[in-house]
Structures are given as C-alpha cells and as structure tokens.
Design a protein around this ligand. Structure first.
Ligand code: S3P
Length: 169
C-alpha cells in the first residue's frame, strides 16, 4: 500500500498530522484542498460562493481521482471527501485510509477562527458541527482505520498512524 490517505471532519487535525507524518516517514504531503485552490486559482470559500457545494464536490472528485494515481505520498483530503464512495474507492486502490476523529467541542475550538470553511459560516456553528458530524459518522466509520485525536498532539497521532502503516506494508 503506497499512499497514506487522511480523512476526517474539519478540524480533526488532518493538516497538522499530515505535516508530522511527512517529517516522520519522509513522504511528500499533498493537501487536496490546496491543490483544488491552485487548480481553480480561487479559495475554497470563493468556489462555494460562486458555484455552490455541488460544483465543489465535482471538482473535488476530479482532483482526488488524479491524486489517487500518485505513489508514496500522504494525501490529506477535505472533510467531505468521504461522502462520495467513488472518491474513497479511487484513493483505496493505492492507499491506506485513516480517519481522524475529534469531538464537536474540539472541532469548534480548532475551526472558530477559520475564514475558509464555508459550511461553518452560520449563526450557530456548534449546532452545525454536531449535525454534520452525526450525519457523516457512518461515512467516516466506513472510510478507514479510525484514529482518536482527543488529548493527543499531532506528533502522537502521526506516530500512531506510522506504526499501523508500517505493519501493513
Ligand atoms: C469540507 C471541508 C473542508 C473543505 C470544504 C468542505 C467539508 O476541508 O474541503 O470547506 O465538507 O467538510 P477541511 O476538512 O480541510 O477543513
């Protein structure tokens, strides 16, 4: 299994854990959202505002299909990537998928300053986080190995993933 794929809700720590993993294993980190922003020359929030979520999901699927062809890289996906089974199927072909898990409170604390998370730009972000988390939980559970991130540093989480990854390769 050549790639490591990180999934999980917004604020679960995919980016910071991805950076640690990249350092630990000497593998390149590719952030799918950053690749989308580069390819569209636009921030994620602008894509949502101008074209809507459905179009964003199409662009995301195209990008993930392309990234899935990489080898020996870490792919950090956006929190909604798990919603389309075709995304996960493509990523699984050459990758081990991990799902980072955090509580609604932790997600809120980690995302409240963010300007680039259009789905949480609502009057009551905490309720939105709870709603989305519970609706998406079945998708996250199906995606791959669940890794609890509560009370752990990104380095600890990265070490845990590296152990599992090394065992399977
Ligand atoms: C989304 C998560 C975001 C980004 C977009 C949609 C989601 O990525 O892809 O705003 O549906 O959960 P992060 O999980 O990196 O914040």
């Amino acid at each position: 299994m050549a790639n490591i794929v990180l999934t999980g809700f917004m604020g679960a720590g995919k980016s910071s854990v991805g950076r640690e993993l990249s350092r630990l294993l000497g593998m390149k980190l590719i952030d799918a959202d950053e690749e989308i922003e580069r390819s569209q020359n636009m921030a994620i929030s602008e894509i949502f505002r101008l074209f809507g979520e459905e179009r964003f999901r199409e662009i995301e699927t195209e990008m993930l299909r392309k990234l899935a062809k990489e080898d020996r890289v870490i792919i950090s996906t956006g929190g909604g990537a798990v919603l389309r089974e075709e995304n996960m199927e493509a990523l699984r072909k050459n990758g081990t998928v991990f799902c980072l898990v955090a509580s609604a409170e932790t997600v809120y604390a980690r995302t409240k300053q963010s300007d680039n998370r259009p789905l949480l730009k609502v009057d009551d972000p905490m309720s939105r986080i709870r709603e989305l988390l519970s609706a998406r939980m079945p998708f996250y559970e199906k995606a791959g190995t669940m890794i609890d991130t509560e009370q752990k540093t990104p380095q600890q989480v990265a070490e845990e993933i590296a152990r599992v990854f090394r065992c399977g390769t």
